[in-house]
Structures are given as C-alpha cells and as structure tokens.
Ligand binder design. Sequence first.
Ligand SMILES: *Cc1c(COP(=O)(O)O)cnc(C)c1O
Length: 415
Amino acid sequence: MSEEAVEATGPQVRRLGDWAAADLADLAAEYDTPLYVTDLERVQANATRLRAAFPDADVHYAVKAHTGQAVLRAVRAAGLGAECASAGEVVRALKAGFEGREIQYTAVNPPATDLDTVVERWRDDAAGLTVVAGARDTLDRLRDRGFDGRIAIRVNPGVGAGHHAKVTTGGHAKFGVPYDRAADLLADARDDFDVVGIHAHAGSGISGEDLDAHRELVARMGDLARDVGDLEFVDVGGGFGVPYHEDEPPLDLGAVADATREALGDVDARLAVEPGRYVVADAAVLLTRVNTVKEAEGVAVAGVDAGMTTLLRPAMYGAYHAIRNLDADGRRERPVTVAGPVCETADLFCEERPLPDPRRDDLLAVGNAGAYGYEMANTYNSRPRPAEVVRDADGVRLAREREGLEALTALEGDE
Ligand SMILES: *Cc1c(COP(=O)(O)O)cnc(C)c1O
C-alpha cells in the first residue's frame, strides 16, 4: 500500500497498547464497568482500507460482527454496503440508513417470520435488496411470498477456512447448494427471479497461511461464474483475519486482494467481498474492573465484573484476547487467571497468563473486542448486558445504555 493510502486509512492494526490509558480510565469512571468503548474513526479507517485494497469490488460489511446503529452509520458513511444474516439485521440496516440496493440478505434456513419480514420490506421500502438463497426450498418459499426480485445463489464450494471448526463454513453441508448442483439451480431460478450473483463464504479468520484455501474457493467460484454466465457479481465472502495475539503480524490485505483477483481469473462480473470482523475488531476494547483477588497455587486469580456473558469468544472458541492492566505500572508480572462472575468453568478471559500482579479495583482492558463482542453478549446467570460508548470526531457518547435488572423479567409480565 502506498504511503498516502496508509495516511488515509491509518495503521494496518491497532494494538491494545495504542489506546490511551488515561482516556479509558476516565470513561470507566464516568460510565462504570463492564463497558465497551468503540472508536468509530477506527471503524471508518478499516472500511476505507478495505475499499482501497479492493478498489473495483463491492464491499459489504457483515453486520453480524457488530450491529450497533452508530457503527452501521459509520460503515455506510465509509461507502460499504450491508450483508445481513437475519430479518432483524435487515431491519437494523434500514434503520441506520442503508437503502435496499445496498443490502444483501443471506438466508440460512430462514424462519418463516424472517422471510415474511424481508419480503414485506422489499415491497415497502427496500426494493433493490438482494436475497442470497442457499437451498431450493428457500427459493420456493420466496416464490410463495410473491418475491421476484434480486437473487444470488449461495454455493457450497467444498473448501473451508477458519480459525476454529465452529466458524469454518465453506465445506459444511449446512451452508449453500452443493457445488455440482449450483448451475442447475441457478438456471431454474432465472425463470422466476432476477438472478444477479453467486456467493460463497469459507469461514472466519483467513490468515496469510490460509490463503491457499481462499484461492481454491475463489478459483472454483470463477469457474462457476464462467460456466453460468450473465451475472452481476461473484461474492467470495468475508473471513479476513485480524491479529488477536499482540505479536501476530496484520493481514496483508494487498496480498489477499492480489490472490483473489488472480484466482478469480477473467469473469464478466464484479467481485464482491463481505468482511465483518476486519471492520470492527480492533476498533473496540472492553473495560472491566477487578473485584476479587485470590491466591491459588502460585497463580493469582483476578475476578472481574465482565464475563462470558459480556464477551463470549474466549468461552465459545477458546479465543485469545490481549489483556492490559491499566493501573499496574511497574508491578511485576506473574501468572494471572482472569475470571468472570458466571458459574461456569469456561468463564475465563485467560489462564495463567503473565500479567502484572493484580489488585482489587484495577481496571483491565480487553483488546480486539469490537467483532462478535457486544453482539454475542447475553443475559445468562441474569447478568444484564453492558453499556457501550462510541467515540468519533465530536467526542464520546453513550451508544447503548447499560441494561437494567428490570429488563430481565420484562418479558414475563407482572405476575
Ligand atoms: C459471518 C459472515 C461473514 C463475515 O465473516 P467475518 O469473519 O466476520 O469477516 C461474511 N459472510 C457471511 C455469509 C457470514 O455468515
């Protein structure tokens, strides 16, 4: 990437150490913890860097990584479209100002209410929206509802890539139409719909080492596109990895873009990509405060007020997130286990990691919390969801209120 491009899009990665400790401490004092802090300028820099790397491709942001309205607006302002995985995400995208033609809805075993809602919005205020169908049944159900708009066919390319088996989707039978049946389904679909594209998503966490799998997927999609002809776009999915470990190098976007172009070959259709994680991961941190410190066989266990209900990735994927003690200048390091308040052994942010000796009331920052962070927050153990503040050129504001205890029983009425 040229130096001007770096200037416009910021450094390729923002590490946890790059966040100003004093600012984070002020925010924790003002808004309490646990607290997500999201930097919208970083979101826009990431989005702009993607567009620069794929200058002639359509870039849709995979909304499920972070669906907050402030983030969606920032992403739209940076020129990305919205890739939605549910009717709820379509509704959120429309609310944030995306127009129908900027929205792609990828239906995986869509519940009836999802299809009802999406078709209704398509008739109403989201004309131009594209539905990505991964099964013949989905096309039938759309036809039953009178949908005759833009369709793309999700193909199972038979190759997957990802940082964990649970996010490797490309080769799994759950996702998409088997490769060798895609051309037939596509031809049938042309009778009733405006077939505009083919789509595949290999999984999450494409790194430099995984480029071969990515190349293979893209090459297959290129072959299919040449085979069926007359398409507007070939969507090769998202999955661009981010360096969760502090010593991991950032993804070489230019290399991914080159490999993608080369593997796709000559096709008479636009390239489309749909990254989620890459756009938001390093744009947010989670702040949490130590409330309990315990000695256990040479290890310090630091109990904190965030847990697997606040940030699920460590418990669900064994994911690594950098942790920084913002109050521990100069304290010696020792093995520290950081544990949440939920009654589950999986409720740990790290185990026996070298960190400064913890003390009660220390403020910890958890890095790379922007993607699938707040989004996967839940209320297990009756823990209300945390607050989120966003920062942009105008300053800091509350983007999502902290959930109150009354919300926990609100759906149960006043029995
Ligand atoms: C989740 C998802 C993405 C985004 O994946 P990231 O790893 O966040 O980039 C893109 N496309 C589809 C269909 C997805 O389900």
